[in-house]
Design a protein around this ligand. Structure first.
Ligand code: GLC
Length: 742
């Protein structure tokens, strides 16, 4: 192996420091080699094109994306380390969004577990699998606040709440990076998409986002502030146009907020070709202008584009950009390579890692799938099923045995052959004790043909209960896959209605990449379990909950609308001057002919849909029945340095053991800006046997009440507050307290 031409001698202060290495390298690099470090090139072609290999050899490429196996990564790394002038190793990037080979639930499903430790564990497994294959950098967590389920990328998000998103995004960063980037199996995280992508107009991907400054600061930026605090090594800019200035050219946010206010000293990478897209947006006339805008705004590395490679050298020559500006960008790249230990250990040896899809990985995938499941309806306690009382079950639906679909969007290295589907799990776990009659009823989630309905009806007639697996194929969510009508696709609703008409108990399990509008389906099922796209171990997890081996414990991280017309609908909304008043509302079917103009209730509601969603944020049932009581506050007034202690009891008054996630919400009654009607501040899960009670305690301080105020400063404002201890965002035990100015 050609040892790097760069030799560092220990100075009087001891072995060369990271800065020494970077500084010495920088002093030796030509401008072309510096600009080379700012290129991330797509390496998905197989075999790799000669121009790419030559570019690495010439030091014109600093990183590649989509090379994802050890041999290929090591082969290209040898070119960089042994054949280039300065032997600078490459950064290998890959979208490891919710698993590498072992696939965990989509992030929206992981969010439904409300379990940061589980998110961290899953990310840890994903990092180890990816690192064993030569990957150094993943483009996750995606922490775009998502309030519009028409948007396909809601699947990749942690939902609508800034606190939950910030918490889970930070946990994912810790799972990927650990405390030491040079440690075993650590990979760079990349928080994305900075910022506001989730507000894409009409839920159509890549559309413009127009976000008022206060909403931007207090909602969309908040998760990024949290993950930067958690040590995210890199961020990715969003494709989106933000109020006329695309995020990839938004210096106020990149240099101003990210680096200036928050002190972020990591690397900012553009999204795929997003710098050249500044031309398409209409911000720039040509790639020279696009490269200028992005570089001046604070974008260090260009992903899959040629604006930097084609223009930076000339921009330095013309003194539009300075060498020191380029150096600052290059240092951020080199520093990450150094932190990863790539100068000392540039090659990957898989021998030091567990095999892919190890038992440990599958155990974590099972637990993540299990905790992601949200029980939304269970009339007559049809669930849990008991083998003892059953002779046979009908397993119906296009998603009962769909191993590829169950993995969900953004899966590049997962293999459907690893997937355990609900049908396989039910057969494996219960096939010997009860008859399992399977009939898909539809070929895919989009099929409109009724040709297979008869077979499905026969299976149900011959069974004691119908388990119907409906939802969306994985391709119907994710990037560029928005839907204007988010009801069940195809003829699935008709299929469910036909099954319902047979008079047997019906349990519906939905596998989807977004909240679907299920209003017409709800009357056709006794029980409804939401499984998102649950990943490799979704089948066994669903089977365990259906038959009571496990109790469901998930809670919604996003609001489910009654109709697409309600969108955007989310729990932490503003109160308005005329909040909805159900006691005054007169809905469309109840309006008297000739009703007076002002007689229907003058408040914020729809004549045809009221004001409430189908299912609220934070909602989810378990097999117990949980009641809150005994709310106590340590004091009614807290000072700026006090902690308010909040406690309540939760009791399982049901006949089965189960879980409850108790949530703490706060409302700032009056502020220099109007504040949301509720904001999630904390949550705790309890597991209780029938009749058992538990004590739940929270504490709040001024920092928890802080926000970006009218003058732009961050902090709390003295005054009155309400708090709720609740099991869902639309209810709970309420109390008042005040924050004093002292
Ligand atoms: C995509 C996505 C981004 C992803 C990147 C690399 O277009 O917007 O989230 O990480 O390109 O695949």
């Amino acid at each position: 192996m050609n040892t790097p031409t760069l030799t560092l001698t220990a100075n009087s202060a001891g072995p060369p420091s990271a800065e020494d290495l970077v500084d010495v390298l920088l002093s030796k690099m030509t401008l072309e080699e510096k600009i080379g470090q700012l290129q991330q090139v797509d390496a998905s072609a197989d075999p790799l094109p000669d121009h790419l290999i030559e570019g690495v050899r010439a030091g014109r490429i600093g990183s590649v994306i989509n090379l994802a196996n050890t041999d290929a990564c090591n082969r290209l790394q040898r070119v960089a380390v042994e054949e280039s002038r300065l032997s600078i190793p490459l950064l290998m990037g890959r979208d490891v969004i919710h698993g590498f080979r072992t696939i965990f639930p989509i992030p929206l499903g992981q969010a439904a577990a409300w379990n940061p430790e589980l998110v961290r564990k899953a990310a840890r497994i994903a990092a180890l699998e990816a690192r064993s294959q030569g990957i150094h950098w993943t483009f996750a967590p995606m922490i775009d606040i998502s309030r519009d389920p028409r948007w396909g990328r809601i699947a990749e998000s942690f939902g609508e709440d800034p606190h939950l998103t910030g918490l889970l995004g930070s946990a994912m960063v810790e799972g990927f990076q650990t405390a030491d980037l040079s440690g075993h199996g650590a990979i760079l995280a990349c928080a994305k998409h900075f910022v506001g992508y989730g507000a894409s107009e009409s839920g159509r991907d890549y559309s413009a986002t127009n976000i008022p400054a206060n909403e931007l600061r207090n909602v969309y930026l908040e998760p990024f502030r949290r993950v930067v605090e958690a040590g995210a090594a890199t961020l990715m800019t969003s494709f989106s146009d933000l109020d006329g200035i695309p995020a990839t050219a938004n210096g106020a946010l990149l240099n101003g907020v990210l680096r200036g206010d928050w002190g972020f000293d990591g690397l900012v990478v553009s999204d795929w070709n997003a710098i050249n897209e500044l031309i398409v947006h209409g911000l720039c006339e040509d790639s020279r202008s696009a490269a200028t805008e992005a570089a001046l705004a604070g974008v260090d590395m260009e992903m899959a584009g040629d604006a930097y490679a084609s223009n930076l050298a000339k921009l330095v020559e013309e003194r539009v950009l300075s060498v020191s500006q380029i150096d600052a960008m290059v240092v951020r790249v080199l520093r990450l390579k150094q932190k990863l230990g790539l100068f000392e250990r540039p090659y990957t040896d898989p021998a030091g890692f567990d095999p892919l899809v190890s038992d440990k990985a599958l155990d974590v995938a099972y637990q993540a799938a299990l905790e992601s499941l949200v029980l939304l309806k269970n009339d007559g306690a049809v669930l849990p099923l008991r083998v003892a009382g059953l002779g046979s079950i009908a397993v119906i639906g296009p998603l009962a045995d769909a191993p590829h679909e169950q993995m969900g969007t953004w899966v590049f290295d997962g293999q459907k052959t690893d997937t355990a589907t609900p049908l396989q799990a039910l057969r494996r776990q219960f096939g010997g004790k009860i008859d399992v009659n399977y009939a898909p009823g539809l070929e895919t989630s989009r099929s409109r043909s009724h040709a297979l309905f008869g077979e499905a009806e026969t299976a149900v007639r011959n069974s004691d209960v119908a388990l119907v697996f409906l939802g969306e194929e994985s391709i119907l969510s994710g990037e560029a896959h928005s839907r204007a009508d988010i009801t069940l696709p195809g003829a699935q609703s008709e299929l469910l209605a036909r099954i319902r008409a047979l008079g047997k108990p019906v349990v519906t399990v939905v596998l989807a990449g977004r909240p679907l509008v299920l209003s017409e389906n709800l009357p056709h099922t006794d029980s409804l379990l939401y499984a998102w796209h649950p990943g490799t171990m979704g089948g066994p997890a669903i089977a365990a909950v259906l038959f009571g081996d496990e109790a469901p414990r998930g809670k919604l991280p996003v609001t489910f609308p009654k109709s697409v017309g309600q969108i955007p609908i989310y729990y932490n909304h503003k109160n308005t001057g005329r909040p909805p008043n159900p006691s005054e509302m007169i809905l469309i079917d109840d309006i008297e002919v000739g009703a007076r103009q002002t007689s229907l209730g003058m408040s914020a509601f729809y004549l045809d849909d009221g004001s409430e969603p189908l299912f609220p944020f934070g909602f989810g049932l378990s097999y117990g029945k949980f009641e809150l009581g005994g709310l106590e506050l340590s004091q009614q007034i807290i000072g700026l340095c006090d902690r308010l202690k909040v406690r309540a009891t939760v009791r399982n008054t049901g006949a089965c053991s189960g879980f409850e996630t108790v949530q703490l919400y706060v409302r700032d009654i009056a502020g220099s800006l109007t504040r949301p009607v509720k904001e999630l501040k904390a949550f705790k899960r309890v597991s209780l046997q029938p009749g058992q009670s538990g004590l739940v305690e929270f504490d709040l301080g001024a920092a928890d009440l802080s926000f970006y105020r009218r003058d732009g400063s961050f902090g709390p404002e003295p005054g009155k507050f309400c708090l709720w201890v609740a099991t869902r965002s639309d209810g709970g035990l309420k109390a008042e307290f005040s924050l004093s100015a002292q």
